[in-house]
Design a protein around this ligand. Structure first.
Ligand SMILES: Cc1cc2nc3c(=O)[nH]c(=O)nc-3n(C[C@H](O)[C@H](O)[C@H](O)COP(=O)(O)O)c2cc1C
Ligand SMILES: O=C(O)C(=O)c1ccccc1
Length: 382
């Protein structure tokens, strides 16, 4: 595994290899990925629930905000490193959990693990990975020789609690340093593109490798992951009682639920609407962030994902109280275009844009970002 070639290209590409350096933005990565990928797989990744109102809202939410820079207070070197619940990252841009990386790149999550480790940032590995967490961790460790790779594990609480505990054991044994429990999926959202495309199964040979030999193990269906509409707060407490790892909740949207989570002792929140893939017409995450920061921000770290495409988006989220942001689709576009190198390039683009934005804002680092740097653009000024 260690000696596997770093560069992977998707077999379907008919383009000249095209220097990665020609792709200057996350949006250009998406456009290239769209040309390369099987349209059914592109739709699975790009799509969201129902009318995709929330998919659009996430990006539009950032676009509606303006930045108001300070002057004459900057430095030549800016500090972007963050530490979240004991895990260090060189920048506040993390990899949010996304499923099925082998759909877009032969190495799958091995490439992702290496890219995140080389970028020195946190990978939140999805429970629905097509490579087992143990192997992802080994690849990340080999790519980041001078430090422990920053690896967290995302899971859905399983209908059978024994399965949940088995997953937690696998994640802990692999060296994951936090658990991210996704709570916005009592049932799966409906991506009508998938329905139209009849995309219901992983292609032969691909499976959710973390689920091998669990009680719920069944044949390879895409939607094999068990969802449990009857879960409640006590189930989260039970999980916390079973692990020493910090537990974050992903997908809390109501500020009252954020308050309950903090009161119950949850260690952190990832403010996320699942990239608009669960309940359609929920607000953009960036719109909810100020309220979340007020309710929870002083007590636990608040992370955010959904629609982050530019360094300016990162700065807006941090200024409004996020400790870090996650990217979902952009990382997958990077993988689709050029495997590990593509994913790394997406992360490095965002790092460079973030640093440039900090400089233009007169900030010495991410700690200088405060809510006064963000204004709501005037109504109608879109
Ligand atoms: C293809 C795809 C697969 C995803 N799989 C998961 C998953 O397995 N678990 C999870 O909690 N969230 C999953 N998500 C949601 C992401 O973690 C994240 O919340 C979302 O993609 C962020 O929005 P963005 O894509 O605009 O960056 C997935 C998103 C996409 C696009
Ligand atoms: O596609 C998704 O957004 C997702 O979260 C998921 C859930 C179950 C299996 C695979 C992916």
């Amino acid at each position: 595994m260690v000696s596997a070639p770093r560069r992977t290209t998707t077999p379907r590409t008919e383009e000249p290899p095209g220097a990665l350096e020609d792709l200057l933005t996350v949006r250009e990565f998406e456009a290239r990925a769209r040309r390369i990928l099987d349209p059914v797989h592109y739709d699975y990744i790009a799509g969201g629930a129902r009318d995709e109102v929330t998919v659009r809202a996430n990006e539009a939410g950032f676009a509606r905000l303006s930045l108001l820079p300070r002057v004459l207070g900057g430095t030549a070197e800016r500090d972007s490193a963050v530490s979240i619940l004991g895990t260090r990252a060189s920048m506040p841009v993390l990899v949010s959990p996304t499923a099925f990386h082998r759909l877009v790149c032969a190495e799958g999550e091995i490439a992702t693990g290496r890219a995140a480790a080389r970028a020195d940032t946190i990978l939140i590995a999805s429970m629905a990975s097509t490579v087992a967490i143990r192997e992802v961790a080994a690849a990340a460790r080999a790519a980041a020789t001078d430090r422990d790779p920053a690896l967290w594990f995302q899971l859905y609480l399983q209908p059978d609690p024994q399965d949940t505990l088995a997953l937690v054991r696998r994640a802990a044994a692999a060296g994951c340093t936090a658990l991210v429990v996704t709570v916005d999926s009592p049932v799966l959202g409906v991506n009508e593109r998938n329905v139209r495309n009849r995309f219901h199964d992983l292609p032969p040979g691909l499976a959710c490798e973390n689920l091998r030999n669990l009680r719920g193990d069944e044949p390879d269906t895409v939607r094999r992951i068990g969802m449990s509409p009857e879960l409640n707060w006590d189930d989260v407490d039970r999980l916390r009682a079973h692990t020493k790892l910090p537990v974050l909740l992903k997908g809390v949207l109501h500020p009252e639920d954020a308050r309950i989570a903090v009161d119950r002792g949850v260690d952190g929140l990832l403010l996320s609407n699942h990239g608009g893939r669960q309940l359609d017409t929920v607000p953009a995450t960036i719109e909810l962030l100020p309220e979340f920061a007020a309710v929870a921000g002083r007590k636990v770290p608040v992370l955010l994902d959904g629609g982050v495409r530019r360094g300016t988006d990162v700065v807006k989220a941090l200024a409004l109280g996020a400790t870090a942001v996650g990217i979902g689709r952009p990382l997958v576009w990077g993988l689709a275009v050029a495997g590990e190198e593509g994913a790394l390039r997406v992360l490095e683009l965002l790092r460079a844009e973030l640093d440039h934005t900090l400089a233009l804002c007169g900030a010495r680092g991410v700690k200088d970002l405060t809510p006064d740097l963000v204004r709501s653009a005037q109504a109608g000024a879109r």
